[in-house]
Design a binder for this molecule. Structure first.
Ligand code: HSE
Length: 431
């Protein structure tokens, strides 16, 4: 039997051209492994003149997305233009025209995912989006299929390759933030707007997608607490290291009964944790669920090859379904979530690393400790460094678990002390 699936690609940028190259170069391999001939038939982009390093015959190129969507021969439309508009309109239109869709668009899925999945379900079409979270790590497949029978209690990890690359370079090479960001950009990890990476927004988009899949909970992006890595200095990375911790940007979703906590922020992790050794552009997702227990998924989370790999894998999955004539079970989202409420950030309980910059004189440490104590915050350890020329000393404290609301109240009072000379730095900890 001869099975041929035609693919229309919309978005011929870095990822799009890599997907095109893989589909063409590995057509024979994919046919051998899947029994399906995946034929790239049309490629659309508004810019058809820039060089991409991949040879596409002119007859296959178009500037008109409608030509791809309306083409009766195309089975799967691959959307790789990014952003919400016109990507949403393209995806919705493609579904209405009976196409199955593959997308890598994390912002689109995080903000409009429920509408899109519902539409796909109603129309009995597939929408796959493995490339939207953690690049080459098949975490979406693992949650939707490999762990489909589980109740999840935690899904968290390192979801932004650029930030992880920056923090790792600062930690191991002593690089400056700026230099490390430039390197991440030159390696093709960063978003067009790198602020999305370093401000934690890209991680929050991915966390919203994982929360929907693992907890069945539609989480509005505005309800995710997000803090980026811009305030993390080489000093704090080094102090943390001396105390046996590393700093990572974590995206965290934790369930407590029928409540869910969703937050993205720099976090101190004990150096011996597996997540702590995830460096460079690598991502890792740690999962706790009732049947599988604890699992860690690890791999390259950014870069064109791992991302193109995820897109191609989705195309092949859909190809199999088309050939078998299956319904769109993969697009169905859980209708009844057990989550009734999202916890407010004020209610979150964590340990804290705090870095106070204080004048070195009698009573300052006691004042800080007193204010923390008055807000129910118990100190686990304190390090005071030697006096510098400026008479400002860094006081580093690790606390026991405390409520965010209490920590904020204590901090605002500490920052007002006459002996405190710079805004205090506070980083949350995971154990
Ligand atoms: N800019 C993203 C990152 C690309 O650094 O992780 C992958 O989504």
């Amino acid at each position: 039997m001869y099975n041929k699936i035609n693919i229309g690609l919309i978005g011929f940028g870095t990822i799009g051209s890599c997907v095109a190259e893989v589909l063409m170069e590995r057509r024979g391999l994919l046919l051998k492994r899947s029994g399906i001939d995946f034929n790239l038939s049309l490629v659309c982009d508004k810019d058809l003149s820039s060089k991409r390093g991949v040879n596409i015959p002119k007859s296959m190129l178009t500037k008109d997305a409608d030509r791809v969507i309306n083409s009766p021969d195309i089975h799967i439309v691959v959307e790789l233009i990014g952003g919400i508009h016109p990507a949403k309109e393209i995806v919705m239109k493609a579904l209405s025209k009976g196409k199955h869709v593959v997308t890598a668009n994390k912002l689109l899925l995080a903000s409009e995912g429920v509408d899109i999945l519902q539409k796909a379900g109603e129309l009995n079409r597939e929408i796959y989006f493995e490339a939207s979270v953690a690049g080459g790590v098949p975490i979406i497949k693992a949650i939707r299929e490999g762990m489909v029978g589980n109740r999840f209690s935690s899904v968290f990890g390192i979801l932004n390759g650029t930030s992880n690359y920056i923090l790792s370079s600062m930690s191991s090479e002593g690089s400056s933030f700026k230099t490390a960001l430039k390197e991440a950009q030159s390696k093709g990890y960063a978003e067009k707007l790198p602020s999305l990476d370093i401000k934690g927004l890209d991680s929050s988009h991915k966390l919203a997608i994982l929360s929907l899949l693992a907890f069945g909970k539609r989480v509005d992006l505005k309800d995710i607490y997000v803090e980026g890595i811009e305030d993390i200095s080489n000093f704090d990375i080094q102090y943390a290291k001396e105390l046996g911790y590393v700093v990572k940007l974590l995206a965290i979703a934790k369930r407590y009964g029928d409540e869910l906590e969703v937050r993205v922020h720099p976090t101190l992790l004990p150096s011996e944790y597996l997540l702590s050794s995830v460096s460079g552009a690598y991502n890792a997702i740690y999962i706790e669920a009732d049947l599988v227990g604890k699992q860690l998924f690890y791999g390259l989370g950014a870069g064109k090859l791992p991302t193109a790999n995820a897109v191609v894998s989705d195309i092949v999955d859909i190809g199999h379904k088309i050939i078998r004539g299956e319904n769109s079970a993969g697009s169905v989202i859980p209708k009844n979530t057990e989550i009734k409420r999202l916890r407010k950030m004020d209610e979150v309980v964590t340990r804290y690393y705090a870095h106070f910059s204080a004048i070195d004189k009698p009573g300052v440490l006691a004042n800080i400790a007193d204010l923390l104590g008055r807000h129910n915050i118990s100190i686990a350890s304190v390090v005071q460094k030697e006096r510098s020329k400026a008479h400002i000393v860094p006081i580093i404290m690790l606390t026991h678990e405390a409520k965010e609301l209490d920590m904020r109240a204590a901090l605002s009072k500490i920052n007002k002390l006459a002996a405190i000379k710079k805004r205090s730095i506070v980083i949350r900890m995971e154990k």
